[in-house]
Design a protein around this ligand. Structure first.
Ligand code: TXA
Ligand code: MG
Length: 327
């Protein structure tokens, strides 16, 4: 017997009702957010959250983001100080995750904190995510809906390809508009710090809460261990093929991930993240194009240089992980 594949449902009322019921029963549902697809489960249930780790094959020490309908619901589980209120007012719902101290009376499973005394919380902007949170009546723990260490999914089909029958139901909301995971902002200590760059940047945050240090890599890289570096994984966002960065030329046996109007000739195949050189458009395409080039019979994926401006910093952060030595 072949393993069952996941059901991919259009986002109508019946699908939402089924998804909410499945979540209330402790099951897993993949759903779209404006950043990437998440693999959701009841954040208050140890068994349901453990199901996420099992489905993703995820190391237990990597903590999970919990999603809420609004800031008030999040503030019941974490200590929501004045800074948190200010950034939440400015950027929620949206692609920003806040790491805050857990409240002693929090109902969120300790598995979501993975041994830390902080909890990552987010209010997503995608209407389907919002409806699922409201209809289930649950805070939802949701990492990106891919097997651990692989490229994040920005389409329902990516989720099905990566997790297969380990996720029974996928709500199909089309392509994710942002295309890169949320900014992770640590507000659990006096110095605000960005642990993972994303669509909300330090320049966006500084006018609201003062100095924000950028510590990209802390959230997910092996070089930065310690309390704020729980996701100590040797490589991340890893395609199957080797990735060569800052390519200004390309070999005949390489696929080219291009950026901008001037593209070197000679690649086996190529996709352009943004022919106009727009980093926001490039971010939206990044993971989908990596998925497509990775499916080709080539020796490597060569990636043209991407400017560090705006979302470019977050794109380059993900590309460096994709190119990191595999451990
Ligand atoms: O856009 C997103 O954030 C997506 C959607 C589904 O919301 N989710 C996502 O989750 O990317 P995940 O699990 O793939 O990444 C969560 C990141 C990891 O880098 C993790 O280490 C960090 O957030 N994180 C979670 N809880 C943390 C905590 N308490 N302290 C420090 N970092 C934390
Ligand atoms: Mg992830």
């Amino acid at each position: 017997m072949t393993p069952r594949s996941p059901e991919i449902l259009p986002p109508d009322d019946a699908a939402l009702a089924r998804a909410a019921a499945l979540l209330r029963a402790g099951g897993l549902v993949a759903f779209p957010t404006e950043t990437v697809y998440g693999l959701g489960a009841d954040a208050t249930s140890d068994a349901a959250v453990a199901g996420i780790f099992a489905a993703k094959d995820r190391p237990q020490f990597n903590p999970l983001i919990v999603h809420f309908t609004d800031a008030e619901a999040a503030a019941r589980e974490v200590v929501f100080d004045a800074r948190a209120q200010q950034v939440a007012r400015a950027f929620w719902p949206g692609p920003l995750t806040l790491v805050l101290p857990r409240r002693k009376d929090s109902r969120i499973s300790l598995l979501c904190s993975a041994g830390l005394d902080s909890q990552a919380v987010r209010v997503p902007a995608h209407p389907l995510a919002h409806r699922l949170l409201a209809e289930s009546g649950l805070p939802l723990a949701a990492p990106s809906a891919n097997a651990s260490g692989k490229i994040s999914p920005t389409e329902a089909a990516h989720v099905a390809a990566s997790l297969g029958p380990r996720v029974p139901l996928i709500l199909d909301g089309g392509r994710c508009a942002v295309g890169l995971e949320s900014t992770v902002l640590d507000l659990s200590s006096p110095q605000a710090a960005i642990l993972r760059p994303g669509a909300v940047t330090a320049q966006d945050l500084t006018p609201i809460i003062g100095e924000v240090v950028e510590a990209p890599g802390n959230a997910e890289s092996p070089e930065n261990g310690g309390l704020k570096g729980p996701g100590m994984l040797s490589s991340h966002y890893a395609p199957g093929h080797p990735v060569r960065l800052n390519a200004t030329d390309v070999a005949a046996d390489e696929a080219l991930l291009a950026f901008g109007p001037q593209v070197p000739a000679g690649a086996a195949d190529s996709l352009n993240l943004s022919p106009a050189g727009d980093v926001t458009e490039a971010a939206a395409h990044l993971f989908a194009y990596l998925h497509r080039l990775d499916a080709l019979a080539v020796q490597a994926i060569a990636v043209m240089p991407i400017p560090e401006t705006g979302l470019g910093a977050a794109i380059n952060d993900r590309l460096r992980r994709a190119a990191a030595p595999r451990g």
